[in-house]
Structure formats: C-alpha cells, structure tokens
Design a protein around this ligand. Structure first.
Ligand code: SF4
Length: 361
C-alpha cells in the first residue's frame, strides 16, 4: 500500500529540494547494513564533526494528568500506570535544575509539560522559566502541547530557542496511537513555531508495532518539511505497564540503528538525537547509533539535583569513544575528567512523549 501524505502547511513544505518518497526511504532501509552505515557516515562527515555530540537535559515541569490518549504514555490520564499528577513546578526549582544540568555539561535545557495545550497563565509562567534559563547561558527548549495563534510569539519573546512537538509516527499508523488530536493539529503547531522564528525539534517514536513502511512514512514527513527540523529526536518505545503498548513486540535493535542512519541521510544538517529508549541500550549499541549519524542525546534527565550515575556513565562512554561535547553557544565544552561534577540532575525513568519526543514521567 502506498503511503499517503498528509498535506503539509505552506510554511513547512519543501518546494525547492527533491521530495523523499516513502519508497525512496524504504530503499535506504533495504540497503545492506554496512553499506547503509557507510553512506550515513559519509553524509554525517560532510556536515558535522563525527566525534562531537550535543547534550540536552530534560526536566518535566508538569507531570501526569494529561487529557491526551497517546498509547505509549504513562502521563495520559486514560491509563492506570500508577503515576501521580503534579502541578507546574515553581520557578526557583526549575532554575536550580537548569543550573545543575549546566554544571553537568548540558548545553540545552528542555522543559516538558503534560498538557494538551497551555492555558494563558501557564504560558506566562513558562515564559518566565524560559527567560530565567536563557539568562544562565543555556539554550532553551519547551514542549507544551499544541500552540494557539500568538503563543509561539510569546515564547519567542521570552527567549525560546527550540520548541519540541513530535509527529510521533506516519500518518497511516497515527490513528492506532492517538485519537484525541489529529496529525494536522501537529503540523499546524509546527507551522506556528516556524512562523514565530523558533527552531523546530520534531521527531517520532519507533517500535510501537508499526511496519517498516510506516517508519519510512514518518521519516518522509520529517524530511519533506521546508526546512526540515533542526533537531530530530528518534525515540525507541519504552514499554510501560498500564499503557496499551506495554506488550508490543520490541523492535530489532539493528532496525533502530537503520532508522538513525536513514534520518541522517535524509536530513543531513539536522541534529539527530538519541532520546527515549537510550537507557536500555548498551554502550556498543549507542556507539553504532553515533556511527549511523546520531549527534545529540538526552543527557541526565534532570529531575532532582542529586548525583546521577547515568550522567557519569555517559561521560565515560564519550571518553571511551574519543568523542567530545559540541561547544554550547556561550560556553566552552566541559572537560570530562571522570571526576564527579558539583551538582548533577538525577536520572528519571524516561518514557517516550509525543511532546517531549523525549521523555515523560
Ligand atoms: S505524550 Fe505528551 S500529549 Fe501524549 S499523553 Fe503523554 S504527555 Fe500527554
């Protein structure tokens, strides 16, 4: 069955560059693994330092109780996953977490809220958080759900650099995952973000039971945006008891690596981010993902300001691979000496999030 495209709004449609059809992308997926890796490396090296990685840290500023029904998400109020809903975090706690993330080496601080769409008073509070985090010298990113007219501009005025809003999957598979908002709703929010001059972070989740063609359909949607997203988080499903996807067949790890490679080839200048699911990958698998063109990762999901063994394990991995952190816009890259950092956020149990494209808690 041919993958049908959802019409993309004018501002996100690629008219100049050749469109990637799902069949083009399926042909990439079908390449022998070593050939695909070689091609992805060639593209990667033409546009990036292959030994550099960008680090983002994520904080859930409002957890749980979400009215959306994303089938993978423990934060949805439709499913009983034992997660308690929290209110929006206070500003001082957000700033403390951002400082801890920065001390640990993060360059970008992402704040995620489990909302369908932010209410005006929510947006005002988040705008204050954005300004405060930005003033530390960190890049800022938020994921707050669907945006209405004027809301992206409000965030831009507060200093927002990136807005995350994932497509999640292909148009064909989407109806099996979410019923409370449409694919077009997502594209409309992305168009508002672009029009406000905010960089776009947009990717999806694989391993939700979709076919390879449906994975190719997701990549085609992303790659055919004009311009394509600056950041493309690729999440591997984290199965959560109580959600409809708790028992889905796990994706072959090589298929995940292929997805990274295909994203790199079709979106050569994007930061392709290892996101949810990374915590279950061993070091060899993560190294393969870097070889396939991943050059960004979520690092030490920030929830509390206590020591984070995962963060230190990440630092050791980068050291073992001879990789370094891409310098942040206003900061030199931190040196990973192996010694503990002053204050580090604590790892959360990451779950893929449509909004965070990253992790929900
Ligand atoms: S993925 Fe995001 S929008 Fe969907 S239920 Fe979870 S928090 Fe809500």
């Amino acid at each position: 069955m041919q993958t049908a495209y959802i019409p993309v709004p004018q501002t996100t449609r690629n008219r100049a560059a050749p469109a990637w059809t799902p069949d083009d992308i399926l042909a990439l997926y079908a390449m022998p693994f070593m050939d695909l890796m070689h091609r992805a490396q060639q593209v990667h090296r033409a546009h990036f330092d292959p030994n550099a990685v960008q680090l983002s840290s994520l904080l859930s500023i409002k957890t749980g109780g979400c009215p959306e029904d994303c089938a993978y998400c423990p934060q949805s109020s439709h499913y009983d996953t034992g997660l308690d809903a929290d209110k929006l975090m206070p500003l001082d706690e957000v700033v403390a977490a951002a400082k801890a993330a920065q001390a640990g080496g993060a360059q970008r601080f992402c704040m995620g809220a489990a909302w369908r769409s932010p209410k005006p008073h929510h947006l005002e509070a988040v705008a204050r958080m954005v300004s405060a985090v930005k003033s530390l010298g960190l890049e800022t990113c938020v994921t707050l759900g669907m945006l209405r007219d004027g809301q992206a501009e409000q965030l831009k005025d507060a200093g927002l650099d990136y807005y995350n809003h994932n497509l999640d999957t292909s148009p064909e598979f989407y109806g099996k995952i979410i019923s409370t908002r449409t694919y077009q709703d997502r594209l409309d929010t992305l168009a508002r973000v672009r029009e406000a001059g905010i960089s776009v972070c947009c990717g999806g989740i694989v391993g939700m039971g979709e076919s390879r063609r449906e994975r190719a359909g997701l990549i085609a949607q992303l790659a055919n945006m004009e311009p394509y997203p600056e950041s493309v988080p690729i999440n591997n499903l984290v199965q959560v008891e109580g959600t409809p996807l708790a028992k889905v067949e796990p994706l072959d790890p090589f298929e995940f690596v292929r997805t990274i490679a295909v994203a790199r080839i079709t979106m050569p200048r994007a930061a392709v981010r290892l996101s949810a699911g990374r915590e279950t990958m061993d070091d060899a698998m993560q190294a393969l993902c870097f070889m396939a063109g991943a050059n960004s990762m979520f690092y030490g999901d920030a929830l509390l300001t206590t020591a984070n063994p995962q963060m230190q394990a990440d630092q050791r991995l980068l050291q073992r691979l001879g990789m370094h952190v891409e310098p942040a816009p206003h900061h030199a890259a931190p040196e990973f000496s192996g010694a503990g950092h002053a204050a580090q956020p604590q790892a959360g149990s990451g779950q893929p999030c449509a909004e965070g494209g990253t992790t929900c808690r």
